[in-house]
Design a binder for this molecule. Structure first.
Ligand code: FMN
Length: 444
């Protein structure tokens, strides 16, 4: 799907969009209601009237695997395999002279009129959370895409968080060494492929718009920004153009992030806005940190990265699921085990595949890895702690500056049953299960 509009239309056709007609306040109310609607109905939430802004807001758009699979034209049950294959490819973008994202060009923008949201008590003001930041390396010219939260600091000023060793920070450092600002475009409402490229950690010298083309199996159409030297997707909703200033840092935060706690105030970068462009009737995109949409954006690229590593140790067709669930730092791997040494090798390579991955559990094919309780059941019944738990000391997982001393060490759990005793570990069945409609027996 070349843009979020196509995904929204697909979701509309499947009854997957909740329209909220009542006006909501972008401060606290929108985030609270969006989370509640998503939890109860599992739908994309579209707020049609948002106080203080003329633009509607969508949230929880990419909130389940089916939506992502549809958007990227993948089979839900083969997503990790297909993702991994597409990761090997690049697909050059096409430069076009004009695109919907520049239907309106505002060279004297006022960001306070955009529906930036305030999500949690204690957050220092309103933030852009759904923006993919695009920038060109000041020396090598490679194009990078990444999500970075941006705090509203004035009508034309933002503060941007770049957590080391993120690539945007490396680009900014290279520009700073030349005493130059870094041109950056913040893209809101990009296509699912561009968003997932932005959320992926691919090598710094690979162009991430070309990777987006590979992920979506279609070249991304891009236009040149009006005031900075950056190419942006022509079919996005909004673009905020500007520059990250060299040698300037200001206090940003606190911000309630995906770990469900607050990142404290830190000295972060300053972004000076030079223009805002958008469609004629644009929709703002807000992502709630730690919500389903955010966890999927963070998790799916990690799953693919782990798959790429573990497939060296086992027949890839025997890897049935790799799930960075439920909260990104963990990973559940479901396999068809054929040798006793497989799980330990998988644990070791999976733990080394991605820095953030703190623990991995390997289970047999009869375990539902999308249900954490079932994984706990497997640990309880099939893991022999003396032989099945592996601790890797001294390795940092989550590199956030203020907590990295606590995030040291990783562990793996082999929760697979011994092959020679598989008859003892076979799960119970009942031939009647799944053959009837419960309503024929009981209704409330
Ligand atoms: C919604 C969302 C918000 C994010 N916010 C930040 C952020 O504020 N700072 C940061 O360093 N990384 C943030 N990340 C993670 C990076 O975007 C991600 O690690 C990305 O792969 C880094 O890109 P890189 O490979 O170009 O370094 C966020 C990710 C998502 C999905």
């Amino acid at each position: 799907m070349k843009d979020l509009r196509e995904l929204l239309a697909w979701q509309e056709a499947h009854g997957q969009v909740a329209h909220i007609q009542r006006e909501v306040d972008p401060e606290y109310e929108l985030a609270s209601v969006a989370a509640a609607v998503q939890k109860q109905y599992g739908k994309t939430v579209l707020f049609e009237k948002v106080k203080g802004s003329e633009f509607p807001v969508m949230s929880y758009v990419l909130n389940n695997r089916a939506a992502v699979a549809a958007a990227l034209n993948m089979a839900p049950e083969r997503m990790t395999h297909q993702w991994s294959a597409r990761e090997e490819q690049q697909c050059p973008y096409t430069i076009v002279e004009e695109g919907p994202v520049q239907e309106v060009v505002d060279l004297e923008p006022d960001l306070t009129k955009l529906p930036l949201c305030l999500h949690s008590d204690g957050n220092n003001g309103r933030y852009i959370t759904g923006g993919v930041l695009l920038a060109k390396h000041p020396v090598y010219g490679d194009l990078n895409a990444s999500f970075n939260r941006c705090q509203l600091a004035g009508p034309r000023k933002l503060r941007v968080r770049m957590m080391p060793p993120q690539h945007l920070g490396q680009f900014q450092q290279a520009a700073e060494e030349l005493d130059k600002p870094l041109d950056v475009a913040i893209v809101i409402g990009a296509s699912p492929a561009v968003m997932y490229s932005g959320a992926s950690k691919i090598p710094v010298d690979r162009d991430e718009l070309e990777f987006a083309g590979a992920l979506g199996q279609e070249p991304v159409e891009v236009v040149r920004c009006k005031t900075v030297d950056v190419l942006v997707p022509a079919h996005a909703e909004f673009v905020i153009e500007g520059r990250v200033l060299p040698h300037v840092r200001e206090e940003e935060g606190p911000f309630g992030e995906f770990t469900d706690s607050y990142v404290p105030v830190m000295k972060n970068h300053v972004f000076e806005v030079t223009a805002v462009t958008h469609r004629k009737n644009p929709i703002w995109h807000d992502i709630f940190a730690g919500g389903q949409e955010d966890l999927m954006l963070l998790g799916l690229p990690i799953e693919s990265e782990i798959f790429n590593h573990i497939k060296k140790f086992i027949n890839p067709d025997h890897i049935l699921d790799v799930v960075a669930a439920p909260f990104v730092f963990g990973c559940f791997i479901r396999i068809k085990k054929t040798r006793e040494d497989e799980p330990k090798n998988l644990l070791l390579s999976a733990l080394g595949a991605y820095s953030w991955t703190q623990f991995v559990v390997v289970v047999d094919e009869d375990v539902d890895v999308y249900n954490p309780n079932d994984v706990l059941w497997a640990i309880q019944t099939r893991c022999c702690p003396e032989k099945g738990v592996m601790v890797i000391p001294h390795v940092t997982s989550y590199t956030r500056e203020d907590v990295k001393e606590e995030n040291v060490g990783k562990f793996g759990i082999d929760a697979t049953a011994p092959l020679e005793k598989s008859h003892i570990y076979t799960r119970r069945t009942n031939r009647w299960n799944g053959t009837y409609d419960l309503k024929d027996y009981y209704t409330e």
